[in-house]
Write a protein that binds this ligand. Structure first.
Ligand code: ADP
Ligand code: ZN
Ligand code: ZN
Length: 732
């Protein structure tokens, strides 16, 4: 008797056997099809891994599956393989990994087909004269239909002021008809370009040629300084694959999926471009996914999860800003979409291009080791020049709301010349905290080991770690004094200061608080692109992807933040951010300047970055990591645990550590660190701890992880803590 072995979305790291549903044709079942089954008290959607003749479960205990949902597996084989590989590699339950590779509607058991969209159009022989003078609203409606010969939905009719309730009347008079619309499945044969490509410079040309000449799978690191025209390289390489009838997948960081980026692709290509952004409904997402799967969508742009978009004719994959940490999912299924892209390229036998101005140290290492083919763009495209750096040593300089006088003068100079200024500060809100001037009390979050940020508009205290909020106290909680003072500056305070200093120029603040409303970012960008002198002040939302031709001065107010962080990647992140922000200066005909305020003007990282550039910094950083035995010179995994009493999480992790110590069969060369309290031990009311495992031998590490995970799953204390394992963690 055959059994269905299924992967089921659950925290359990095992497969589940079921009896086939009645009237099921076992021979036709392909691995990868979805099967609806009873699971506990629920019904869930599992994925068939195999049909087996044997099972460990006593026959009487086996439940029957309810129904097989697909005739064909929704995921093509390469993606099915990829999701299974990822579940395995990231030590994540396979059922959940496979489920996450599918659009939400399919996870819930929905049909793998387009929403059949009902549209209306005027009947072929419809004549407006058939409607009498009295039927004014029917006439209006018919005119609207005549304006949309390809059909229009009822929603759209209502949006245009038409009375959809009268459609039936028109239909009865044979003036209108409804029909079902399906996206066009034919690949266009017409010219794929809307606009002519730019003439490439030699470096760009070499990069495009290398990519399109790669025969099958190759991974490339495309390292191009900001403004070097990486996007133009993407566009022209994509054109090559499009002309071969293939598709391109482009992954961008969360913050980089801006209308500006998408507009560049839509402007270039006369083809369906599908954008998988977070505002899509589940239904829209499934339709977009199907268009990619059926080859209708030729260019697919999306964030991290788009790595699981099926492609009918895969041609090439690009990862833009490959160093960005948003490619790593930080909870649940902790995969890294950049690394999965390389694996996917391997399975699909197509090139994968990782583009960035500031490669992750891991990627630099891979390029050095020859795993990635290294392409470089050292010059800015067109006539743009690299920006000049100035370190502004602010030790002993008085600061006016975070701004030093020499900087204020330079801002004035640039505005008076008629250009724009960008001020970067990695803290939103008015001030990082509120302090009592009499006793030193600080407004701390009650649920986190962190200060609360003071916000002015609206006036309140806000914890940026757990999101809790409270009113600003009138007096000190500790001594009752009324002398409460904001400490430090956030974007709101800097904006206020700049408005006072430069009343004749607009000050535009860009951070999470000013861009929450739909289209607000677009409105801000439109204002900046008008080109009039203005001051932009904002967080890293300003750092990525934007092209501001009129910005000539970039100021980084707290260039030091991050230099002394507990995470060994603190330096790398600081350097990447500084370079990204600086890259906004002087991108067109006007030369750019970058002023960095610092308390550590002699710090070797800062100086090497400023005088020799990112490459020199990164090489230095890599060799330090190698000598300190840190990733990427070895493989790393981290167990995290959290609990609502202090010490519980650490106790739980200690038991896992003991297992390592006691394991006499322990493969050589596995080192561990901890358990230790996490850098911010208390967050959102939970106490957190971590245990790090490292090894040069990836297989040995993974083997060891499996036995520890088994221990963690079966430990009775596991019920009192929440734990997770993170393979190749990016924040430690
Ligand atoms: P990056 O992504 O490397 O920061 P972009 O692709 O945004 O750079 O290009 C920066 C600017 O240079 C854009 O305005 C782009 O149109 C322009 N550009 C790119 N390549 C060329 C080229 N070959 N000739 C002229 N201008 C170019
Ligand atoms: Zn006080
Ligand atoms: Zn908090």
């Amino acid at each position: 008797m055959p059994y269905l072995r299924l992967a089921i979305p659950s925290p359990l790291r095992r497969l589940f056997d079921y009896l086939p549903p009645q009237d099921c044709c076992i021979e036709r079942l392909q691995p990868g099809v979805r099967v609806k089954v009873p699971f506990g008290r629920r019904e869930v959607t599992g994925v068939l891994i195999e049909v087996s003749e044997i099972t460990d479960v006593p026959t009487g205990k086996l439940k029957a599956a309810i129904t097989v949902l697909d005739t064909q597996p929704p995921l093509p084989e390469s993606l099915f393989k990829l999701a299974r590989w990822a579940g395995n590699y990231y030590q994540h339950p396979l059922g959940d990994a496979l489920s996450q590779a599918l659009p939400v509607l399919l996870r819930k058991g929905g049909a793998c087909e387009y929403a059949h969209q009902h549209l209306w159009r005027a009947a072929k022989a419809a004549d407006i004269a058939q409607l009498g003078k009295t039927a004014a609203r029917q006439r209006e409606l018919l005119l609207l239909l005549l304006d949309h010969p390809n059909g229009i939905s009822e929603d759209a009719i209502r949006a245009e002021g038409g009375q959809s309730s009268l459609l039936k009347k028109l239909e009865e008079k044979s003036l209108a008809e409804s029909f079902i619309h399906k996206p066009n499945h034919q690949l266009q044969n017409s010219e794929p370009l809307h606009e002519a490509p730019l003439t490439l410079n030699n470096e760009q040309q070499a990069a495009v040629s290398a990519i399109v000449r790669s025969n099958g799978f190759t991974s490339f690191l495309l390292q191009g300084v900001t403004g070097s025209g990486k996007t133009e390289v993407y566009l022209q390489a994509i054109e090559h694959y499009i002309r071969e009838g293939k598709q391109a997948l482009i992954l961008v960081p969360e913050i980089g999926l801006t209308p500006q980026t998408v507009a560049r692709f839509k402007a270039r290509f006369n083809l369906p471009v599908v954008v998988l952004h977070s505002n899509l409904t589940d239904r829209q997402r499934l339709d977009a996914w199907l268009q990619a799967k059926e080859g209708v969508a030729r260019i697919i742009i999306g964030t991290r999860s788009a790595i699981f978009t099926p492609l009918k004719n895969p041609g090439v994959i690009f990862i833009d800003e490959e160093h960005d940490t948003s490619f790593k999912q930080q909870e649940g299924f902790r995969y890294n979409a950049r690394d999965l892209a390389v694996m996917r390229g391997n399975y699909e036998d197509i090139p994968v291009v990782l583009g960035t101005a500031t490669p992750a140290i891991e990627s630099l290492y891979n390029a050095r080791q020859g795993r990635y083919q290294w392409l470089k763009l050292n010059q800015r495209a067109g006539n743009a020049q690299p920006p000049k750096f100035e370190l502004l040593d602010i030790r002993q300089l008085p600061l006016q709301d975070g701004l030093a006088e020499p900087l204020i003068q330079q801002i004035r100079g640039h505005l008076q010349q008629g250009t724009q200024v960008l001020i970067f500060l990695n803290r939103r809100g008015f001030a990082p905290t509120l302090m009592c001037h009499d006793c030193g009390w600080l407004a701390d979050c009650k649920r986190c080991d962190a200060h609360m940020t003071l916000h002015r508009k609206p006036f309140h205290l806000h914890c940026h770690h757990c999101d809790s909020q409270r009113p600003v106290p009138a007096t000190c909680d500790s001594c009752g004094s009324t002398e409460l003072k904001p400490v430090g500056a956030g974007t709101e305070r800097t904006e206020e200061a700049l408005l006072k200093l430069f009343p004749e120029f607009p000050v535009i603040r860009v951070d999470r608080d000013t861009t929450q409303r739909k289209h607000s970012m677009q409105q801000i960008m439109d204002r900046v692109h008008e080109g009039k002198p203005c001051i932009l002040v904002g967080t890293q939302m300003l750092a990525k992807g934007h092209h501001f031709p009129k910005v000539t001065l970039v100021a980084i107010l707290n260039a030091d933040s991050g230099l002394f962080s507990a995470d060994f990647r603190g330096m790398e992140r600081t350097a990447q951010l500084i370079l990204q922000v600086s890259g906004r200066a002087g991108r067109a005909e006007h030369p750019g300047k970058v002023v960095m305020q610092t308390h550590h003007a002699e710090h070797p990282t800062i100086t090497s970055l400023v005088t020799e550039g990112y490459q020199a910094f990164a090489e230095q950083e890599l060799s330090q990591r190698i000598s300190a035995q840190l990733p990427p010179s070895l493989y790393c995994a981290m167990f995290r645990a959290e609990a609502n009493h202090q010490g519980l999480a650490e106790r739980f992790l200690s038991k896992l550590r003991n297992l390592l110590e006691e394991d006499i069969l322990q493969p050589h060369g596995i080192q561990w660190l901890g358990p230790l309290p996490s850098p911010m031990e208390k967050r959102a009311g939970l106490f957190r701890a971590q245990l790090v495992l490292q090894s040069r031998d990836r297989k040995a590490l993974h083997h060891q992880l499996q036995s520890i995970i088994y221990q963690a799953e079966t430990d009775p204390d596991a019920r009192k803590v929440r734990w997770s394992v993170d393979v190749d963690p990016v924040d430690m």
